[in-house]
Write a protein that binds this ligand. Structure first.
Ligand SMILES: [Zn+2]
Length: 394
């Protein structure tokens, strides 16, 4: 079908990403890659439209993953993948992972760390229409302290001036947002998830520069001290948030800070024999507190946006659906999980006026699924049609 095909998806049950009510027996018109009409009943003026009968099917917005690393392939040795390859090849592999992700029904990803301009190039070729792929919102290289968390992906920066310089640099390179490493993590040897990395002064410099370009800042933040530093300087999204306590979660709720939990990767790490001992030890320590934190965040009502860390060790893109199951297990209803993966995720990325929900004017990023995901989120794993910008994904 040509890219400018006009579609009517009719007789479907629409979960629009925003409202709690399902719109039964409804149709969606798609023209020029965007949704032009959403109504209940039978469509009029159908001439020139291709019709998809969605009787018995549910239609929902294309899913969003707020935390991926497209340059990684799920290898247990993510450092070698980067250090042993040229950027040219890394970018091509990142494109392959992006396409795999789209085919799963994830139509938008936020990439939170890739060497140099690799993923920014991939984003650009997809945006230009040259290659099919998901919408990519990308941070480019993360800003970290020298030798800090996944330093081999990032721009190592020490002191507020260097952080300021490198924040300006990634924004000049075309980053959609800035990623900072506020604490240690699991998969870099010799550091602890609880320890502070970039200081509050350094985080503040990054935030200040991002604000000048109207961009958001996302922080890898596992330990409580680093999380509190992030909240004090107004970081927009907390990634992982493992040791966030009640006080931190309440501040997040009050400030409207997003939590992107990335639980699936932790469960993968503790369940594989291929993980190096140093990472396994750390993962075992954090997996319990991480889940308890997520339960508390749900109770308090923190804004939670779905993110997986896919690409990380043993977590290729299909683990997206494991993340949804864990969020449900932590106390979110099926509808809340779908919202966290669509409209709320779009808000987390700052693209809520374009994507993440089904209403006129939004890009036609849609999933048509065979059974009702509100009965069981695992049904999203099954057969489905994926539409991206009004084009069916093959
Ligand atoms: Zn990550």
């Amino acid at each position: 079908m040509p890219a400018n095909t006009k579609w009517i998806l009719k007789n479907g049950s629409i979960i629009d990403g925003v409202n709690d009510e399902v719109l039964e027996n409804a149709y969606i018109k798609v023209e020029n890659g965007k949704i032009s009409e959403v109504q209940q009943g039978e469509p009029r003026e159908t001439e020139g439209f291709e019709i998809i009968d969605c009787t018995g099917k549910h239609i929902l917005p294309g899913l969003i993953d707020c935390h991926v690393h497209l340059v990684w392939n799920g290898s247990a040795d993510p450092q070698s993948v980067i250090k042993n390859e040229e950027n040219d090849r890394i970018a091509l592999e990142a494109y392959k992972h992006a396409l795999d992700t789209l085919k799963l029904g994830v139509t938008t990803v936020r990439d939170l760390g890739a060497p140099d301009r690799t993923v920014l190039h991939v984003r650009n070729v997809i945006d230009s229409g040259l290659l099919e792929g998901p919408t990519i919102i990308a941070s480019g290289a993360p800003i970290c302290m020298t030798g800090g968390h996944v330093y081999y992906l990032g721009y190592e920066s020490d002191g507020p001036d260097e952080v300021r310089k490198n924040t300006r640099r990634v924004l000049k390179e075309g980053a959609d947002l800035v990623k900072v490493m506020a604490t240690g993590g699991i998969y870099t040897k010799g550091e602890e998830p609880g320890s502070v990395q970039l200081t509050i002064e350094e985080l503040s410099a990054a935030k200040e520069e991002a604000l000048k370009k109207n961009k958001k800042v996302s922080a890898h933040a596992d330990g409580i001290e680093g999380i509190m530093n992030c909240l004090e300087v107004g970081i927009d999204t907390i990634e992982h948030g493992i040791y966030a306590d009640r006080q931190a979660l309440e501040i997040m709720k009050n400030q409207g800070t997003f939590l992107v939990p990335t639980m699936a990767v932790m469960r993968q790490l503790i369940s594989s024999p291929d993980i190096p001992a140093f990472a396994l030890e750390k993962a075992k320590q954090v997996v319990g507190p991480h889940f308890s934190m997520l339960q508390e965040a749900v109770q308090i009502g923190v804004k939670i946006a779905t993110g997986t860390d896919c690409g990380s060790p043993l977590t290729p893109p299909r683990y997206y659906y494991d993340e949804l199951a864990i969020m449900h297990e932590a106390g979110m209803s099926e509808m809340e999980v779908i919202k966290a993966s669509t409209a709320v995720a779009a808000e987390c990325l700052g693209i809520e006026d374009q994507r993440g929900s089904i209403s006129p004017g939004k890009f036609a990023d849609l999933l048509i699924v065979d059974s009702n995901p509100l009965n069981d989120l695992n049904r999203l794993r099954g057969d489905k049609l994926v539409m991206k910008n009004g084009v069916l994904v093959s």
